[in-house]
Design a protein around this ligand. Structure first.
Ligand SMILES: [Zn+2]
Length: 46
């Protein structure tokens, strides 16, 4: 396993506050909610 050292690399994307109050980094254009809410929605869709 390769581990590339890139400490404190500035991430691309903007930090957005989710409806639940949780801050998240928008990494995808379609992303509208934080990871927690995404998982919640996934669970509810099942
Ligand atoms: Zn959320």
């Amino acid at each position: 396993m390769k581990w590339i050292e890139k400490p404190l690399q500035p991430l691309k994307g903007e930090i957005i506050v989710c409806a639940c109050g949780n801050k998240y980094l928008k990494t995808r254009d379609q992303q509208k909610m934080c990871v927690r809410c995404m998982m919640k929605e996934r669970d509810s869709l099942r």
